[in-house]
Design a protein around this ligand. Structure first.
Ligand code: B4P
Length: 191
């Protein structure tokens, strides 16, 4: 199995790159953001809960996101591997994912971290808000809140993957194709 964590701040291009990488390596795209937005659209109990957090740019509680990931892995048994997009986002989630994969006799091969500067992130998310109806892209204050939360709660888990020798930074600026190429070079070393 090949399991990849794609990591980076909001707007760094995790979703964009995941879509390209799953095709090349025949992986399942497990995007916690997409699953949560789908739950919101369907007004499920999880969606109703998640909306309260996501509208403010805050993280959805660990226990709810973790249960959602367990369900998704169970539904996709016997696959080639996964790209985890937007998960883990906290130390708890990172430890949980490690244990969950161990129980299933597999592991994360590599964590690819997209590096994009603050102003470019804000610019991309404002642009995206013109094309989509995402409540968390609508106001600069919410975008800034998400970037702050990333810096405080999410970025520290880079240390977790560094200790495991799985952390690989990638320049997340340039054309989408250029970035795909950089990521594939890394994946090929770890697969
Ligand atoms: P996500 O859905 O994960 O979204 P994201 O971080 O905003 O975006 P991403 O990095 O995927 O950017 P994209 O490719 O779209 O999270 C949304 C929310 O869900 C979180 O804030 C949180 O509330 C909740 N959530 C999700 N997972 C959670 C978890 N594990 N725990 C708790 N809460 C969780 O790219 C952005 C824009 O840039 C696009 O418009 C794209 O076209 C553009 N772009 C991409 N690459 C580009 C490039 N190379 N050049 C120029 N533009 C580019």
């Amino acid at each position: 199995m090949l399991n990849i964590v794609i990591f980076g701040p909001p707007g760094s291009g995790k979703g964009t790159q995941s879509k390209n990488i799953i095709k090349k390596y025949n992986l399942i795209h497990l995007s916690t953001g997409d699953i949560l937005r789908n739950a919101i659209a369907k007004k499920t109990p999880l969606g109703i809960l998640a909306k309260r957090y996501m509208d403010k740019g805050e993280l959805v509680p660990d226990k709810d996101v973790i249960q959602m990931v367990i369900n998704n892995l169970d539904e996709n048994n016997d696959q080639n591997g996964f790209i985890f997009d937007g998960f883990p986002r906290t130390q708890n989630q990172a430890e949980f994912l490690k244990n969950l994969l161990k129980e299933r006799n597999t592991k994360i091969n590599v964590m690819v971290t997209l590096e994009v500067n603050h102003d470019e992130l804000v610019k991309r998310l404002i642009n995206r808000s013109k094309e989509t109806d995402r409540s968390d892209d609508k106001k600069v204050s919410i975008i800034e809140n998400r970037i702050n939360i990333y810096n405080k709660q999410t970025a520290p888990i880079i240390e977790f993957y560094k200790k495991e020798n799985k952390y690989q930074p990638v320049d997340g600026t340039g054309t989408v194709d250029e970035i795909v190429e950089r990521i594939c070079k890394i994946i090929n070393k770890y697969k």
